[in-house]
Design a protein around this ligand. Structure first.
Ligand code: MIG
Length: 774
């Protein structure tokens, strides 16, 4: 080694590298497939994404190879050079993440300050460029010719993020979400790549504003930069893309199993909650039109003057009794809760928060006053654990009322002053320390969701239902998300699929879009195609803005209503399948709804497939996302596939052209798959189902079905059942493999193409007996 100072210390999976110039770099071996790269920039090191110690005892070696130091586990090799460059390879020495040996070449521009002002004065957006001068650090990695990128949470654009740039800064974006918007409501700084076909992930755990350029500026490198924080990123390895995603969710946490009814259909509109009679009218219409429904959402109008934790009794005579009455009809109510607290000396939440110093302050110590729905508003300092505990305690108000969950909005946080943001220098807490808004901004919604989750859990002992608009990496542990204020335009139905697939790859197994579009006036055709496209989207909610054309299922003609009903019924039939998928997701760490590339990364046809998704491994959905289309091309990956509607069989690894008249969603089941088929119901019941059907697509198959009480945490103590359905050589077998949740199905029916076999539970043998076949 020609540089004396280049060396390392090895301390129990923490390898500290010293260089002749610059700071030390630390490689932390978390598991054989996860290595953290850390360079101290004097900032706090606590993580909001990763909770608890994820380090596993791991075998590794550190070798001084002369010109570089090599750190090796069974899955990853890191090579560190005296010039501070680091390269990561998989165990077979395939390059995964290599530092770029060159300088950035900024895109040329013909814009000087004078022209900038001219262009802006006409109203054109002029994006500030990420330059080395306005960030704290940049990390450049080399880019291979065919490298593709996925993940990043719910950004705009297409599935493969190569060639685009993105920012991580949670923002309320009330205008049309286009490919040109570099950031929306969430910041999930994880990116997955495939270099020459070999998968990896990079998770940058930094809450400050950061930037990704994924091959827009250059074909030779991609880069990440941030305006603050430490250099702190995780290299995620794994044999397959699925293994890499599972490693990411191992680190940041997995989407917990929801209550079963959360998978039911949900209806919302800004405006329903102006009165109990209006809400009841919606419930009546669902009953009248024979449409299943589980939840009605209450937007901001139920509150008293937009004050959090209040319920206006001039609009809802007796809110608690009303919630109860709706509950008896099988419908739950989900109130919204905003981040900003109204400034009002007569309002207990404000008074209490002020007395305890719980709101965010200006640098001079005075409480910062912004403006949101209630007018002058203050913002809880959620970085302070005492503030979260206080918020969680007040959540009990909704729990006691019987509300089914909390819908967090405006938690970027949004502000009507200061260009929609809070000023960067506002004082927040990061635990016990003081810090700034610049650091805490991207975790504001995360921490508000965590507080809501903990409050609901403490008050109800059930699996909390929290929905949030803003999120950071790891928020999936506490909250479901929706993609914010989309619009009733076809491009947003198109966007929904890559956006939800991106969220799924980024840990958020439970997510959805506003069906029909939130802003603007929907059309019957758009609404129809949107509900079809959402039939297996985990969060299925129709939501719209005040003043837009009504978009309830009955708002148009008979045909629209009938098709809508058809897909709601299909949804309820498939809830047991979805619930099984969620159960699996909690252990596998893989999403329920997923892009084809996650299952078929070797198949290049899947790399840029924007308009199809898989649900688990065996159902493929190929919605119509273009106005007027009644046919479409569908890519079926390797294997054989069965058309859900007519049992036509197709060989995969090819495109097929399928008919899709307005009432038909192209839907395929992998051949030789068994799918649970729930009963026809109007709401998900709290009572255990007494009977279940299983449908066999193809000639054989085996399936493991999960059952628990659908509500609380007892399943974590093993209180659940597992049924194994096995069909082979014309033999049909039903086996209760695990029986630790008391109620079981009294009857089970297995339907094959030719047979209909009925089984009955025999309590003596604790097994099923086949009673008839026809
Ligand atoms: O746009 O509370 O994204 O779902 O209906 C204003 C009113 C604030 C934004 C949410 C939207 C909600 C609306 N809110």
């Amino acid at each position: 080694m020609n540089n004396q100072k280049f060396g390392y210390q090895d301390d129990n999976q923490k390898i500290t590298l010293d260089f002749a110039t610059g700071k030390e770099i630390i490689l932390n071996i978390i598991t054989p497939e996860i290595i953290e790269v850390f360079e101290d920039h004097g900032c706090a090191t606590n993580s909001y994404a990763i909770e608890g110690n994820k380090k596993q005892p791991t075998d590794y070696t550190v070798t001084d190879c002369g010109d570089h130091i090599e750190v090796q586990t069974t899955a990853l090799i890191g090579k560190v050079y005296p010039d501070r460059k680091i390269d990561f390879y998989d165990a077979q020495n395939h390059p995964l993440v290599l530092d770029y040996r060159g300088e950035r070449q900024m895109l040329p521009t013909d814009m000087d300050d004078e022209h900038r002002n001219t262009v802006m004065s006409e109203g054109h957006a002029v994006h500030a460029k990420a330059t080395p001068d306005n960030v704290n650090f940049e990390i450049l990695k080399s880019l291979a010719k065919d490298e593709v990128f996925y993940g990043l949470g719910g950004k705009t654009g297409f599935l493969n993020k190569r060639g685009y740039e993105y920012d991580n800064w949670n923002t309320d974006v009330p205008v049309l979400h286009n490919d040109s918007q570099t950031h929306l409501y969430k910041s999930i700084p994880v990116v997955y790549g495939m270099k020459n076909g070999y998968p990896y992930g990079l998770f940058f755990d930094d809450t400050y504003k950061s930037h990704f350029d994924l091959g827009k500026e250059s074909d030779n490198y991609y880069f990440y930069s941030a305006v603050g924080g430490n250099v702190d990123y995780y290299v995620l390895g794994g044999q397959t893309l699925q293994a890499v995603v599972a490693n990411y969710t191992y680190l940041t946490g997995r989407t917990p199993l929801p209550q079963k009814w959360m998978l039911g259909y949900q209806q919302s509109r800004w405006g329903y909650s102006i009165s109990d009679t209006r809400v009841e009218d919606i419930a009546d219409k669902f009953a009248e039109y024979d449409l299943p429904l589980d939840v009605i959402h209450l937007d901001i109008d139920y509150m008293r003057g937009y004050r959090d934790f209040t319920w206006d009794t001039t609009k809802f005579t007796d809110p608690e009794a009303f919630v109860q009455k709706m509950r008896e009809r099988g419908i739950r109510l989900m109130p919204i809760l905003d981040a900003g607290v109204k400034v009002d000396d007569k309002y207990d939440i404000y008074k209490e928060g002020m007395a305890k110093g719980y709101f965010v302050t200006n640098p001079d110590g005075s409480v910062y006053i912004g403006s949101v729905w209630p007018g002058d508003s203050v913002f809880p300092d959620f970085g302070n654990p005492d503030v979260r505990a206080w918020w969680a305690k007040h959540i009990k108000f909704f729990a006691d009322m019987g509300a089914c969950g909390i819908w967090n909005d405006m938690d970027e946080p949004a502000n009507f002053r200061a260009k929609g943001q809070l000023p960067d220098d506002l004082v927040f807490h990061n635990g016990q320390e003081k810090t700034t808004h610049a650091k805490m901004h991207n975790v504001f919604g995360h921490l508000q969701s965590q507080a809501a989750y903990e409050g609901m859990k403490a008050a109800t002992q059930q699996r909390p239902y929290i929905i949030s608009r803003a999120a950071y990496a790891g928020t999936q542990k506490y909250s479901t998300v929706w993609t914010g204020d989309n619009a009733a335009v076809w491009s947003h139905l198109q966007l929904a699929i890559p956006q939800l697939n991106g969220l799924g790859m980024s840990g958020f197994a439970f997510a959805g879009t506003d069906i029909g579009g939130f802003q603007e006036d929907t059309t019957p055709e758009l609404l129809t195609r949107w509900v079809e496209a959402s039939v297996l989207v985990p969060l299925m909610r129709n939501h719209s803005i005040l003043g837009s054309r009504y978009q309830e299922p009955w708002s148009f003609d008979q045909q629209t209503l009938d098709i809508y009903r058809k897909y709601l019924n299909l949804r309820y039939r498939l809830i047991p399948y979805l619930y099984d998928q969620f159960h699996q997701a909690e252990t596998s760490g893989l999403p329920v709804m997923r892009p084809l590339v996650l299952n078929y990364p070797q198949d290049r046809e899947t790399w840029n497939l924007n308009d199809q998704y898989l649900v688990g491994d065996n159902i493929l959905v190929a919605p119509i996302v273009n106005q007027g289309a009644t046919k479409r091309m569908v890519y079926l990956p390797a294997g054989e596939w069965v058309d859900f509607w007519n049992n036509t069989e197709y060989a995969g690894q090819r495109y097929v052209m399928v008919d899709a008249p307005l009432d038909t969603l192209p839907l395929f089941v992998r051949k030789d798959t068994i799918i649970p088929w729930g009963n026809k119901v109007m709401h998900v019941s709290d009572e255990p189902e007494k009977m279940m059907t299983f449908k066999v697509y193809g000639n054989q198959g085996t399936y493991c079905h999960y059952q628990d009480n659908g509500q609380d945490f007892k399943y974590q103590q093993g209180e659940f059942n597992e049924y194994v359905i096995n069909v082979a050589n014309d033999q049909i077998e039903v086996r209760l493999q695990k029986h630790d949740f008391k109620p079981v199905y009294q009857h089970i029916v297995v339907e094959t193409a030719t047979k209909h076999a009925k089984f009955t539970f025999d309590s003596e043998s604790d097994q099923y007996r086949q009673v008839e076949t026809n």
